[in-house]
Write a protein that binds this ligand. Structure first.
Ligand code: GDP
Length: 318
């Protein structure tokens, strides 16, 4: 098994309406000659094995890029561990088993930077997986992602299946979940600052100490990397997709505040969790494949704020 070409293939992007899935679909339509398959959540519940099997049988995807997942920021992960573990596991098991059963040529599974141990040497390399305890605020989601990553590896070693796992660093951008309570930090902060500006609030309250460090990649850069790896990467070992800028949450907050043009004060609520103190991924392997980030954090934040305000996203601050 080696390199493949996406051209002329029936490519199914699961979770096509999510942030990563929709970025992949935009690029597949613009830059590749593929037959793109998508199906809405209403039409197909991926936790339902029989329905998923039937879908594979009828639609015969040749390539599957599995993006469907229950995702959320630190608060959502912390408060709904049952759903984060069981839904992600069920969806992933069904898609991966069916991909094997129905002869899919290549399956791409997405891991997560949060599945590495809480205490890891930084930047975190691929070999760190399963070397220590997980960050408690996202343990449930991480356990599902680790299991699915291992399952893809086992399918390769036991059944010779070309199933890979890509581990993107923290992503943000168009199509993100902009809910102030359940979104990840960049989308939540955009919502908070835009709202505070509209309502002339004197203060915006952010979570934790502002000290944690995070690396970010704009979703369009990540989509380009995922499609490159779909064609070029074939191995049991998962691969990090990283090389973005690493900043503290405080620095990030200033960048977003400036972009939104909010004049008030930022206060940090240290009763809220920080999560991992530092999370950035080692990009040694992926950088050898001629891929690098093109959109700077500043440019990406500008794009994300623009997509938020032009789409007049319905935001929840409750
Ligand atoms: P994580 O990378 O898994 O920790 O997930 P998040 O993107 O949700 O959070 C990243 C960091 O941003 C954490 O240290 C949070 O405490 C911090 N943070 C500060 N304010 C907010 C906020 O309003 N929403 C979110 N989601 N995180 C925030």
């Amino acid at each position: 098994m080696s390199k493949i070409s996406l051209d002329n293939k029936r490519v199914w992007v699961t979770g096509h309406s999510g942030m990563v899935g929709s970025a992949l679909c935009r690029q597949l339509r613009a830059n590749y000659d593929v037959e793109l398959l998508t199906v809405s959540h209403q039409e197909l519940d991926l936790t339902d094995l029989a329905a998923t099997e039937k879908w594979f049988e009828i639609n015969k995807p040749e390539i599957v890029i599995h993006c469907a997942a229950k995702v959320g920021g630190i608060e959502a992960n912390k408060t709904q561990p049952v759903e984060f573990l069981s839904e992600n596991l069920a969806i992933g098991l069904n898609v991966i088993h069916c991909a094997a059963k129905y002869g899919v040529e290549k399956l791409v599974n997405l891991g997560s930077s949060c599945f590495y141990p809480k205490v890891s040497a930084q930047p975190i390399n691929e070999a760190s997986l399963l070397t220590g305890a997980l960050e408690p605020t996202n343990e449930a989601y991480a356990l599902a992602k680790i299991t699915l990553t291992k399952l893809c590896g086992y399918y390769r070693t036991q059944y010779n299946k070309d199933f890979i796992t890509i581990v993107p660093t923290n992503l943000y951008g168009e199509g993100d979940n902009f809910d102030a309570n359940h979104g990840h930090v960049i989308s939540a902060l955009i919502t908070k600052f835009v709202k505070a500006k509209q309502e002339n609030r004197a203060q915006v309250e952010l979570w934790g100490t502002g000290q944690p460090l995070r690396e970010f990649i704009y979703v369009d850069d990540a989509a380009e990397g995922i499609l490159m790896l779909t064609e070029q990467y074939s191995a049991t070992e998962h691969i990090n997709l990283s090389g973005g800028e690493t900043v503290s949450i405080k620095e990030l907050a200033f960048l977003i505040q400036e972009q939104v043009g909010y004049q008030g004060e930022i206060v940090f609520d240290s009763s809220k969790p920080d999560g991992m103190m530092k999370k950035s991924l080692d990009n040694t392997i992926v950088s050898k494949l001629n891929w690098k980030v093109k959109i700077s954090l500043k440019q990406g934040i500008e794009l994300a704020v623009k997509s938020f305000t032009t789409n007049k996203i319905n935001i929840s601050m409750d």
